[in-house]
Write a protein that binds this ligand. Structure first.
Ligand code: SF4
Length: 314
């Protein structure tokens, strides 16, 4: 299934088609972490990928970067197939993809000055005109921070440094893998907006992965909702936000903590994500779905943009 909501007026940067990624661990059942997902990102576009922990978002992102072997399906970036990283040699086309990871504490080398780490990115992008101080300025930090070590900064500042290092390589696709989940609430929206502004102003695409739909809504042009290895709904952000159609998307939106008049939070999403090693037959969401029908327990809704029998295309 190709991405039916892909932006057609801009060149496609990233195309993920029917991607399957399986993990084999000796003595344990096979886990299909990504079970046939399709997604695209165009130049200058921000796509938010949302879903609960363990739904396969990060596995998909790592496959896009060549960090996870692909079982079947395809990934193309800039028209080139993405292949897993070799032990010795990185596919040169993949230097155009840079990733910002969840944990700003472990993604930076504690022993090296931040300026030296940003300079690594400048060399990757063959940028001979910018300096590490220029990059720090672009992410809203003082230029003289280049001479300091990571432990001297807050979590939000470290994530800005990680973003500066990623941007230094002049990526055409930036991927944020839960880049705000380890930050204070006050820093989350700032860092998310910064990533959007920097990516879009440089013409790059941004795939922003988060379990926080309310922040993704602030920055994404399109939202893709992932559940148990599959994209279950994809669409323009305001359409998904104002008129969610998949019952899982509705449940995610209903679980966003927003105090009502009595100061009570809305109901949490019921149930747990099933074990990806033994997914339910039919629609994977049916054990948690409040409107499940007989067909849902028997046949998988393998279509888009909303993978639900209530929204089968004509
Ligand atoms: Fe619910 Fe059926 Fe739609 Fe799945 S296909 S989300 S079980 S209504």
């Amino acid at each position: 299934m190709t991405d039916p909501t892909a932006v057609t007026e801009r060149a496609t940067l990233l195309s993920v088609d029917d991607l399957v990624v399986e993990h084999r661990t000796p003595g344990r059942p096979l886990v299909r972490a990504v079970a046939g997902a399709s997604l695209s990102v165009a130049e200058g576009e921000v796509v938010g990928l949302v879903g609960e922990s363990g739904c396969g978002k990060s596995t998909l992102a790592r496959a896009v970067c060549g960090l996870n072997p692909v079982t079947s399906g395809s990934i193309t970036f800039g028209g080139h197939p993405v292949t897993p990283l070799g032990l010795r040699r990185r596919n040169p086309a993949l230097s155009g993809i840079q990733m910002v990871f969840q944990d700003p504490y472990s993604s930076l080398n504690p022993r090296r000055r931040v300026g030296a780490q940003i300079a690594d990115g400048l060399r990757t992008g063959r940028d001979t005109t910018s300096s590490p101080a220029d990059l720090l300025e672009r992410v809203g930090l003082p230029r003289d921070f280049a001479g300091r070590h990571p432990h001297e900064f807050s979590g939000g500042q470290r994530q800005r440094i990680a973003i500066a290092r990623a941007l230094a390589a002049r990526p055409s696709l930036l991927i944020g893998d839960e880049p705000i989940s380890a930050l204070d609430a006050s820093a989350q929206a700032q860092v998310a907006r910064l990533m959007r502004d920097l990516a879009v102003s440089s013409g790059a695409g941004l795939l922003f992965i988060s379990h926080d739909l309310s922040v993704v809504r602030l920055i994404a042009d399109r939202i893709a909702v992932m559940y148990l290895g599959k994209i279950v709904e994809v669409g323009r952000t305001e359409e998904v936000w104002n008129d969610p159609r998949h019952p899982y998307t509705r449940a995610l939106l209903g679980a966003i903590p927003a105090p009502d008049g009595a100061g009570v939070l809305p109901a949490e999403l019921p149930g747990d994500v099933p074990d990806p090693a033994a997914p339910p037959p039919g629609c994977r969401f049916h054990p948690r779905c409040p409107v499940a029908m007989d067909v849902c327990r028997e046949r998988e809704p393998d279509f888009g943009p909303v993978a639900c029998w209530l929204h089968e295309p004509a």
